[in-house]
Ligand binder design. Structure first.
Ligand SMILES: Cc1ncc(COP(=O)(O)O)c(C=O)c1O
Length: 415
């Protein structure tokens, strides 16, 4: 028997409700999204009962290269023939190769990389380095952003995720995203770092004004603080450049990547540091260690992901598909201006803002009924995140646009 569809859907839902999460099972059922994912391939996944969905959620970019991308799968299979996780106490050819590649493909002078398993811990490490390097406590992040579920990343996120788990970690301040004036007021002598998603996804694909990041960079320089960009969702080709920050001509001191680096097949994350920041670890290089961080099998997968993502032809494809999708989305918005208010898009990082906070959840359901998995942004439920796999081809983009058109039509008939 294969791995997929071993039991009936209802049996799985019940087992999940009893032993994984009662709350998720109930909530997803209430939204009509209690599918159990079975087969997955390329741009699509299938419910165990056979319903096909175009994956326009991609788990925030985990599946940016599609499900089970053949090149990445090939790299994983090859790695499994000879490697294992490796021993993180020792020197590793695979970690060295991946760090060197990240150095080459990131903006500025990010000479060193510290590896992790998930995005949250990679953000935690960025904050640790910023504090150790500047010997200051203050971390400023954006209201409505999301950086992960782990200690320091959690403290930099929305209060609702941390308050039940108090006491709260000190030293964290939040300011509105995209407002350089507010950031300037919040910065001071104790600011170690400004931590920002380049395009905050959970805030509803908020695309900053063109002069925002140059001004943030200038403020960080003026105050001797570090600029940390979280590219966990916006990086790896999503916006038509390898990193979204490249659109703004700014070099960060630290860049964090995760999700898509895994190719959707083997978890790995990375915190890329400006050369001089590595000094934090010189006296005690075992100050920060992670058993599974930068596993050697994961490094081979991530190298294959970067090989694919950094190809100019791949990035041109993302830009072309972004243009095609953008034109269709604007046409749909113009046809339904009462409910569909704004298309936010950079490359294939797309958010569709509707008129009311009820509309995002309703659109998630309407899209599901039309064969598209797309979920609303948790911190601005007016926005439907519309994040296709970057490998999408024109016929599937057209299919998605037609399906979305039908979903918006239904919404506008009964807003
Ligand atoms: C922008 C951003 N940063 C960090 C994280 C945390 O990553 P992980 O869930 O792998 O810890 C996420 C996860 O959604 C994210 O969207």
């Amino acid at each position: 028997m294969g791995a997929v569809g071993r039991r009936a859907k209802e049996e799985t839902v019940e087992m999940f409700r009893r032993h994984v999460s009662w709350g998720k099972a109930e909530m997803l059922r209430a939204f009509g999204l209690d599918l159990v994912v079975g087969r997955r391939e390329g741009t699509c996944l299938w419910d165990v009962e056979g319903k096909r969905l175009l994956d326009f959620h991609c788990n925030g970019g985990v599946f940016s290269l599609g499900h089970r991308n053949p090149r990445v799968l090939g790299a994983l299979r090859m790695a499994l023939e000879e490697l294992d996780i490796g021993n993180h106490h020792l020197i590793s050819e695979h970690r060295a190769e991946l760090a060197e590649m990240l150095h080459r493909v990131t903006p500025g002078h990010l000479d060193y990389t510290v590896f992790g398993v998930g995005g949250g811990e990679a953000v935690d490490l960025a904050i640790k380095v910023a504090r150790a390097h500047t010997r200051r406590p203050g971390i400023i992040s954006a209201r409505g952003g999301y950086h992960g579920h782990t200690g320091l990343a959690l403290a930099a996120g929305e209060p609702r995720y941390r308050e039940p788990f108090g006491p709260l970690a000190p030293g964290f301040t939040q300011v509105p995203f995209g407002d350089a004036g507010a950031l300037e007021e919040a910065m001071g002598e104790d600011t170690a770092a400004v931590l920002l998603e380049t395009i905050p996804a959970t805030l509803g694909i908020a695309i900053p004004p063109p002069d925002y990041f140059p001004r943030v960079r200038e403020l960080c320089d003026r105050h001797g603080a570090l600029l940390v960009v979280d590219e966990v969702q916006s990086g790896l080709g999503r916006t038509g450049r390898v990193w979204a920050i490249e659109h703004y001509g700014v070099a960060p001191d630290i860049l964090v990547t995760g999700k898509g680096l895994s190719g959707g097949l083997y978890p790995i994350s990375a915190t890329c540091l400006r050369g001089e920041l590595e000094r934090v670890f010189r006296r005690d290089p075992f100050l920060h260690i992670s058993t599974f961080g930068g596993s050697e099998v994961g490094c081979r997968v991530a190298l294959a992901v970067l090989d694919e993502t950094c190809r100019p032809a791949f990035l041109e494809h993302v830009q072309a598909m972004g243009g095609l999708l953008g034109r269709g989305l604007h046409a749909t918005r113009e046809a339904h201006p009462r409910v569909f208010e704004e298309v936010r898009r950079l490359g294939l990082m797309t958010g569709l803002r509707f008129a009311s906070p009820q509309h995002g959840p309703r659109m998630s359901r309407l899209c599901y009924d039309e064969g598209i998995l797309a979920l609303y942004a948790n911190h601005d439920p007016r926005v439907l995140q519309f994040l296709p796999p970057l490998v999408i081809q024109p016929p599937e983009a057209e299919e998605a646009l037609e399906a979305l058109g039908r979903a918006v039509e239904k919404l506008s008939r009964k807003p």
